[in-house]
Write a protein that binds this ligand. Structure first.
Ligand code: EPU
Length: 417
C-alpha cells in the first residue's frame, strides 16, 4: 500500500487553490438521479469518493462524459435501484441514492452501512423521515428495502440535524405530493449547495441555509447545470498547514463565508491572517497559543476540522481542550499524534492537548480521512521524517494533496508499495 513521506520542519510558502467540495459533489451527483436527462456539473473534485459515487451511479444506469471543464451526467435510463454492499461499505455517502431513487422509481434497495472508524453512524433518521412521507421501509439481509406509490409531503422534525439525512429527505421531498417541512434541518453549506442545484432543476424550496426547509413537491424536474462550491474543509486544512509550519500561504478560492468558526479560532490562537473576498492570506508570526474548541453542527466548529486543529494545537503554547460532540469515536488520530511526541490525554469526548516545543517524525497509520490529514499536518510541523501509511483514506477527500503541498515548498512525496 502507498505511503506518504514528509521531511518536516519547513515553513510553507506560496499559493494554493481550493478544489470543489467533496461533500457537496456527492449529494449533487445523487440528485441527478431524480430526473432523466443531461446534467452538467463543474468544479467536481477528482477524488476516490467521487470515483466511487460514479461507479455507484453507473451501476444504476447513469452515464458520464468528461467535458473540458466539467462532467456531463446522463441520468436518462436507469436500469437498477440498488446500492450494493461493496460500494456502500467503501463510502457511506452511497446512502444518498435512497431519497432520489424512491422519489423517481418508487423503490430502492440500499445496503445498510455498518459502523465506521469514527462512530456507529446509523441512518435511522433518514428512514424515519422517509416513513413519514409514506415510504414502506423493511430491513432484509443487510439491506434497506424502500417502496412507495407516491411520496406524500410531511412535517418532519429531525432529532439531530443530520447532514446526509437532511439531504436524502430534501431530495425525496422535491417530487412528493404537497408540502414537506423539515425542521431541525442541517444548515451545512453543502446542504444549501444541493438545494441550489435542486432549485435549478425546478424544485420549489424555501428556507435554504436555515434549519427549516420548506419544499413544495413538483410533478417533475428538469436536468440542470451547477458549479460545485469550494471545499471549506480543504481550505481549513491548508489554513492549519500554514499555521503549524508558521508559513506564509495564500489560500485562493476559499469559501470564506462558510469558514467563520474556523477562522475565528485560528485568529484566537494568534495566527496572523487576512481575509479578502475568497482569499485568505496567512502571514508568518510568533508562537500560537492553545485555544479550546467544541465541534458543533454548522455554523459551529466543524467536526471535519477537529483532527487538523488538534495537530496544530499540539505545537502551540499552553493547553487546548478539544470537545467532540458529533461523533463518538473521532479521536483515533490521538494515539498516532502521540507517536510523534504530542502530549494529548483523552477522557470521554474531550482531549486535553498540552502544546510541546517540537514533534519528531515517525511512521504513523491513517485511520480515517480527517485523521490522516492531521497526521500529514503534524508531519509537516515535525522534525525529521514522517511516514503516513494507508493513504487511501487521504485520497478519498483531498485532491492532489502532495502536489499542492509540494508547490508550497513542503518536502512531501508518495512511495508506492
Ligand atoms: N446520526 C444518527 N442517525 C442518523 C443520522 C445521523 O444518529 O440517521 C448521528 C450520527 O451517528 C452522528 C451524527 O448524527 O453521530 C451526525 O451525523 P451526520 O448524519 O450529520 O453525518 P453524515 O451525514 O453521515 C456528513 C459528512 C461527514 C461529516 C458529517 C458531520 C458527507 C458525505 N459526510 O456525514 O463528512 O463529518 O456530515 O458534519 O456529507 C468527511 O468528509 O470526512 C466526513 C466524515
Amino acid at each position: 500500500m502507498d505511503k506518504i513521506v514528509i521531511a518536516g520542519g519547513k515553513p510553507l510558502k506560496g499559493e494554493v487553490m481550493i478544489s470543489g467540495a467533496k461533500n457537496a459533489a456527492l449529494p449533487i451527483l445523487a440528485a441527478t438521479l431524480l430526473t432523466p436527462g443531461l446534467h452538467v456539473l463543474t468544479n467536481v473534485p477528482n477524488l476516490a469518493d467521487i470515483r466511487t459515487a460514479k461507479k455507484l451511479l453507473a451501476n444504476l444506469g447513469v452515464q458520464f462524459t468528461d467535458l473540458a471543464d466539467g462532467l456531463q451526467v446522463d441520468s436518462t435510463g436507469l436500469v437498477s435501484w440498488e446500492a450494493p454492499y461493496d460500494l456502500v461499505k467503501t463510502m457511506r455517502a452511497a446512502v444518498l441514492v435512497l431519497g432520489p431513487l424512491v422519489a423517481r422509481l418508487g423503490k430502492a434497495r440500499v445496503s445498510l452501512p455498518g459502523g465506521c472508524a469514527i462512530g456507529a453512524r446509523p441512518i435511522n433518521l433518514h428512514l424515519k423521515g422517509l416513513e413519514e412521507m409514506g415510504v414502506r421501509v423493511a430491513l432484509a439481509h443487510g439491506y434497506v428495502e424502500a417502496s412507495v406509490k407516491r411520496l406524500e409531503g410531511a412535517e418532519i422534525i429531525l432529532d439531530f440535524p443530520t447532514v446526509t439525512g437532511t439531504e436524502n429527505l430534501l431530495m425525496a421531498a422535491t417530487l412528493a405530493r404537497g408540502r414537506t417541512i423539515i425542521r431541525n434541518a442541517a444548515q451545512e453549506p453543502e446542504v444549501s449547495d444541493l438545494a441550489k442545484f435542486l432549485r435549478a432543476m425546478g424544485a420549489r424550496i424555501e428556507g435554504i441555509g436555515t434549519d427549516v426547509l420548506i419544499i413544495d413537491g413538483v410533478r417533475e424536474l428538469q436536468p440542470a447545470s451547477h458549479r460545485i462550491m469550494p471545499d471549506r474543509i480543504e481550505a481549513g486544512t491548508y489554513l492549519a498547514a500554514a499555521a503549524i509550519t508558521r508559513g506564509e500561504v495564500t489560500i485562493r478560492q476559499a469559501p470564506v463565508e462558510h469558514l467563520t468558526a474556523v477562522i475565528d479560532k485560528f485568529l484566537e490562537t494568534g495566527l496572523k491572517l487576512k481575509v479578502e473576498k475568497d482569499t485568505i492570506h496567512v502571514r508568518p508570526g510568533g508562537a500560537l497559543v492553545g485555544v479550546d474548541i467544541k465541534t458543533m453542527p454548522y455554523p459551529g466548529f466543524p467536526t471535519d476540522m477537529q483532527a487538523q486543529f488538534m495537530a496544530t494545537m499540539s505545537l502551540a503554547r499552553g493547553v487546548s481542550i478539544i470537545t467532540e460532540t458529533i461523533f463518538e469515536k473521532r479521536f483515533m488520530h490521538v494515539s498516532e499524534l502521540r507517536r510523534l511526541g504530542a502530549d494529548i490525554v483523552v477522557s470521554g469526548n474531550q482531549a486535553v492537548v498540552r502544546g510541546t516545543k517540537t514533534l519528531q517524525g515517525a511512521p504513523v497509520m491513517a485511520t480515517d480521512l480527517r485523521a490522516s490529514a492531521s497526521l500529514v499536518l503534524a508531519g509537516l510541523g515535525a522534525q525529521g521524517q514522517t511516514e503516513v501509511h494507508r493513504v487511501y483514506h487521504l485520497d478519498r477527500g483531498y485532491e492532489r494533496l502532495e502536489q499542492k503541498l509540494s508547490a508550497l515548498g513542503a518536502n512531501i512525496w508518495r512511495e508506492k508499495a
